[in-house]
Design a binder for this molecule. Structure first.
Ligand code: F6R
Length: 264
């Protein structure tokens, strides 16, 4: 796991975007992106959109798979992940909407919808670069604590903490859905490259557990320790509980110049 500590959330986004753009260019026009929702990846996505607008990278033939979706929320509800991905990824990256996929939280048969989603990722050749945020409780995707470390795309019940955290996006009186369809931890681990971003002190404990704690279903993100190519890009606040934070910063400062990426 490569831990990169940046000054602030904007630098986190710039760094993550530069890394992803480099992978997209290496892979070629049909790169397969794994995209997340929530506030964490927004700065990254804005920086990628700027790279697209400048002509640094062409994503018109790229494909994208979202991590998760709420169950029972209309596709065009502004807080559905279908609509969120359209606004934050499909349009700004200039992707072809036909190539962008989000799990179907309105399917009659949700179990089958999960299996279909797995098959679609497989048929696309797997995910080249997976963007992740992390929940305050260590979830990635919506794999809540005690999720199987080998899980596949399926229905999960959201924890009270996650529903409370996400209530900030919903209008007063509107209920945060109780269930979701999410890629599993086993699904996420199959991505070729993973970039997890986090900022703010609210993520410090989860980042500590994820990077330095034991691999445990109680902190689902800790399963990333088993993946050979993960970048954890955090700001100083999210890094504040890391026991080895001086070491990570040193490693970064001493990287040979060809490995360094702009952080702003
Ligand atoms: C979103 C997702 C979640 C979020 C996590 C952090 O698709 O899968 O794991 O990344 O809940 O959310 P924010 O970034 O809003 O703090």
């Amino acid at each position: 796991m490569e831990v990169i500590v940046c000054e602030d959330a904007i630098a986190v986004g710039a760094h993550a975007a530069a890394y992803a753009v480099r992978i997209a260019k290496d892979v070629g026009p049909e790169v397969v992106l794994g995209v997340a929702t929530g506030s964490s990846p927004l700065s990254t996505f804005e920086h990628i959109a700027q790279a697209v607008a400048r002509g640094d990278v062409d994503l018109r033939h790229a494909r994208a798979f979202a991590l998760d979706e709420y169950v029972g929320i209309p596709y065009d509800h502004p807080l559905s992940y279908h609509d969120t991905i359209r606004r934050t990824v499909t349009e700004p990256f200039k992707l072809d909407p036909a190539n962008v996929h989000v799990p179907d939280g309105n399917a009659q048969d949700l179990r089958h919808a999960g299996e279909l989603y797995e098959a679609m990722i497989h048929d696309a050749g797997g995910i080249d670069v997976q963007f992740l945020g992390v929940g305050g409780n260590g979830h990635i995707g919506f794999n809540e604590p005690t999720s199987s470390l080998a899980s596949r795309t399926r229905v999960k019940t959201l924890t009270v903490q996650t529903r409370r955290d996400n209530a900030r996006f919903f209008a007063e009186g509107e209920q945060v859905p109780k269930h979701c369809v999410t890629q599993g931890l086993g699904t996420i681990l199959e991505a070729r490259h993973i970039v997890l971003v986090a900022s703010g002190s609210g993520k410090a404990h989860a980042i500590r557990q994820l990077v330095e704690g034991p691999v445990t279903a109680m902190c689902p993100g800790s399963v990333l320790q088993l993946h050979p190519d993960v970048r954890v890009i955090v700001d100083v606040e999210a890094a504040s509980e890391l026991q080895l934070r001086d070491y990570y910063t040193d490693v970064q400062a001493n990287l040979p110049s060809w490995q360094q990426l702009p952080t702003h």
